[in-house]
Design a protein around this ligand. Sequence first.
Ligand code: PMT
Length: 406
Amino acid sequence: MKVALGVCGGIAAYKAAEIVRLLQDRGIRVQVIMTDSAQEFIRPLTFAALSGEKVITGMFNRDGGAEPNIDSAIEHIAVAQSIDALVIAPATADLIAKFAQGIANDFLTTLYLATTAPVVVAPAMNVNMWDHPATQQNLGTLRKRGVKIVEPGSGYLACGMTGPGRLAENEAVVAAVMEALGAAQDLRGETVLITAGPTREKIDPVRYLSNRSSGRMGYALAEAALRRGARVLLVSGPTSLKPPSAAETTMVESAKQMLDAVLRLLPEASIVIKTAAVADYTIAKPSAQKIKRAAGMTLDLEPAPDILAETARHKKSQLVIGFAAETENVIENARKKLRTKSLDAIVVNDVSREGVGFDSDRNAVTILTGSETIPVSETTKWEVAQRVLDCVVELKRKSKVLAVSS
Ligand code: PMT
């Protein structure tokens, strides 16, 4: 997805840099457009470095020469057609007035008229300018047109006055953009603890026991939960994937390290989802030295800690969702795990099937709760993550209803 971020001139212009990062954390490409006055407050280079895209600073890019470049003269149409949302943060009273009146005399105002994408406006200005009937009338006009206004915060303003006019918190601006992009913010306020990837049980300094988990399922859940507004605590075994930068990630190796991280973070979480493929057995006595080649070798194994069982033992009001990797009697075995591990739901995948499950971009699962069986036929892990989170949201809603009625 691609968002155009318009930055106007104001003290809050520097905050737009953080908004770029937060949007990128959610996998969104950001095209920054700066007004002339914004460039008095912050340099385009800052945004170019952060967004990795050319920053648009005017209607006519003269490429250092006297003649305007014809490509850049029609660029606003190309940008207008390529974006999924337009967000202005901070938006000045001047920009809001131009949008309301349909004045199109620079790149940003022209883009506003040329795009059919949803528009989000986050104003920031002096309290009297905000309260002025002209500004309020212009905002009313924009609201009637469906523009989402992210209300400014109240407090001490850069001009020395106190009152409304401070740019809303960056997270609130990003949440409004995500809503405009159609991503429900139904996990806002929740902290989701996700385990992902394999564990490694050390045999000696160069060898370990592990499995084929790539971490993709867990990382897709982390990314999807972030997009839906959650705070994400990701506990990951070794993978080659880059964790979403908005997730608070703890990297671990062994089942014991994963257990310690999960129990440490559990009190902060309201939802726990365990996609990690944790070792069931660990080496009883790992060798301090590399084991020499011999005619045969016997590994002495002992059970690894059952993180899910420990989570269930220590949990308070958290929802706990497990995953199950099965190869036979898939539903029956998963139902047993749902019961014996005291889970709120379990997501089972048949890992004997080709092209899904371990180390693939795709999966096919069945989500089991105490009362429901929800099949999710083969699709991307991103889509599976969305269906799992839909189920989590529903379970959360039911648990709140139960808490109120009891
Ligand atoms: O990582 P990918 O390549 O994307 O692959 C995704 C996946 C196949 C790993 C994932 O979809 C999946 O099935 N994860 C669960 C794998 C697993 O360990 O299943 P299990 O049936 O052995 O364990 C059941 C549950 O107990 C799991 O939630 C597991 O995290 C947990 N467990 C298992 C063993 C153990 N010692 N401690 C645990 O907490």
